[in-house]
Design a protein around this ligand. Sequence first.
Ligand code: NDP
Ligand code: 2IT
Length: 452
Amino acid sequence: MANKQAEQYIKEFMDNIIAKNPNEKEFHQAVYEVVESLAPYIVENSALMKMKVLERIAEPERVIMFRVPWVDDKGEIQINKGYRVQMNSAIGPYKGGLRFHSSVNLSILKFLAFEQVFKNSLTTLPMGGGKGGSDFNPKGKSDNEVMRFCQSFMTEFQRHIGQDTDVPAGDIGVGGREIGFMYGQYKRLRNEFTGTLTGKGLGWGGSPLRPEATGYGTCYFAQEMLATKGDSFAGKVVTISGSGNVAQYATEKATQLGAKVVTLSDSAGYIYDPDGIDADKLAYVFELKNVLRGRIKEYADRYPNAKYFPGERPWDVKCDIALPCATQNELNEEEAKTLVANGCICVAEGANMPSTPEAIAVFQNAKILYAPGKASNAGGVATSGLEMTQNSIRLSWTPDEVDAKLNSIMKDIHAACIKYGTEADGYVNYVKGANIAGFLKVANAMLAQGCV
Ligand code: NDP
Ligand code: 2IT
């Protein structure tokens, strides 16, 4: 009976979402995964049904879209789209990253903002959910072009954000350089020095360990997952996708924890280094990606034992642990089957929604450890929350203090997943656990705050 009711609820919910948000397939995908977990719980709870809590969560409180005109180095005018999806503010100011990538559209930002609501709730910190960005492509642009773009973006964006309203940060294509340019323009226009952006430089309001936090946190979370099986990173072979911020620091932490990381990638291909990407080689990757802004292919030119595979993804490389750290839907059903067949025991997502729904089903049916990004990559935004606290109290904590708080938050998120996600046979469904735990706090706040 309850099952039938839940199925009916899911069907009606999704029909409505698809009708009201046509052509937004990433948004549909993210909503479906959550509704599927929550429906059995919601249909048993008349207040949640009556107050249409999940229905309201799936409708952004506000979507802002704007023109971003700027002048390139040749003197030509360029026009990009700017966006901010302010999804939910029930438990705190909107919080979430900005993505600059040519693929950015409303569907992608709505899926990211929706995920962010649950993720931020899981962190235990008082943050609502939002996401924004632009279809601007920073690749191949000069520093001056990036600066002019960031300044134009912020000229409009500044009127919609603030330390108690909406606190953006980085995501794909937005790192320390872009946050610097945007913060400079924000400060100039608003004439205030407040913690309105996170991911700032250490000397001007940034938190120790914010750059490291997402990658480190993903490994801390995976460590907790492995510990449920009496296992650890020591001696394990790890495959990682991406070679940006999250991938770099996941590589660093996994290596520090005793594992051998053998792959990194970008949108053009992946490198396989059978000897492992040790601290020296990783220092080269930092230089290559963050200073020279080069491509991962160059790694194989520098280290002849490594091989470059153009146009491919790293999931057919045999590994014990896989950490997808590039982008959404970068790991499909076939690749998931290959990972399982090759003996992979743990998949923890550093990226947002990197595994397709079919890939997730493969992991869960094989009963291997699998954690969705909203749980395992929450260390980034959690440390952004810690940056907001330090800005508010006008003090800085030491790296050790922040690391200890990050570690303890990841442990708490893991414990919440175990609490709400353990199934009758003892298997931990981290998707279900994260969705229910993340939902409860937001739902209770929304029930208390009435129909808003
Ligand atoms: P970066 O821009 O630093 O790096 C992105 C990496 O992913 C690059 O290697 C990039 O390769 C690759 N990539 C991007 N788009 C694609 C694509 N369409 N296909 C294949 N590869 C792609 O971003 P981050 O490391 O910050 O972000 C990586 C993931 O982690 C994203 O899903 C992001 O949402 C998520 N995340 C980030 C957090 C953070 O704090 N930064 C926090 C939580 C999650 P290329 O250079 O070729 O584009
Ligand atoms: O997806 C994410 O959690 C982020 N990009 C980080 C957001 C933040 O506000 O630090």
